[in-house]
Ligand binder design. Sequence first.
Ligand code: CDP
Length: 208
Amino acid sequence: MIIAIDGPAASGKGTIARRLAAHYGLPHLDTGLLYRAVGAGALEKAVDFEDVDTLAALAGALDLSALDPESLRAGPIGEAASRVAAIPEVRAKLLMLQQEFAHQPGGAVLDGRDIGTVIAPDAPVKIFVTATPEARAARRHKELVGRGEDVTPESVLDDIRKRDQRDSSRSSAPLIAAADAEIIDNTALDVAASVAAALAIAERRRPR
Ligand code: CDP
C-alpha cells in the first residue's frame, strides 16, 4: 500500500507520515529532505541558483542513506530547497529514486509536495494536509526557536508565504492537491486529532 501525504510548509505532513508509517509498519521517506540536501549542497559550495547543470549534478549524486535530517531542517535550508525544487532538471534527477521507494514490495509512506500527483499517482491513500499560513508559521517558529535559531514570528511567516507562492506557482510539479486526495485542514486541530483524521482516511481507503 502506498500512502501519499502532501501539503505546504509546516502543515504537519511529516508528523502524520511518520505516525502512519509506524502504525502500518511501512518504510517512510520525507522527500523534502532530498530537496533540502540539494539546497544545502548548493549553499555549502556557493553554487549559483541559476546554475542548473551543477544543481542537477548535485541531485544526481544524492545518497539516500547519507541524509542527516537534523542538520537539513535548519531554517535557511528550507528556502534554498524551495529554490532548487523549482528546477525541472533537479526534480527529474530525484524522480526515479522516489518512485522506486514508493513502489517497493509491501508499500511505503512518502510525504512531500507532489507525491499524489507525480511520484505515485496510483497511491490508494492520498492525503493533502494544510492549515492557514499563520498557524503554520506559529508552528515553524516554535520549532526553529526550539532548535536555538534566532528568528522572529514575522520573518517565519514571511518565509512561509514566499515558499507557498514559489511552490504553488512553479511549472514543474506545483504544490496542488491531487483530484482524488482527501484534505485535512488542521488549523484548529492538535497533533493527536490530525493524526486520527489521517488514520481514518487511510483505514477507509486502504486496499484489503
Ligand atoms: O516542512 P517544509 O515544507 O518546511 O520543508 P520540506 O517538506 O522539507 O520541503 C522543502 C522544500 O522542498 C519545499 O518548499 C518544496 O519546494 C520542496 N519539495 C518539493 O518540491 N517536492 C517535494 N516532494 C518535497 C519538497
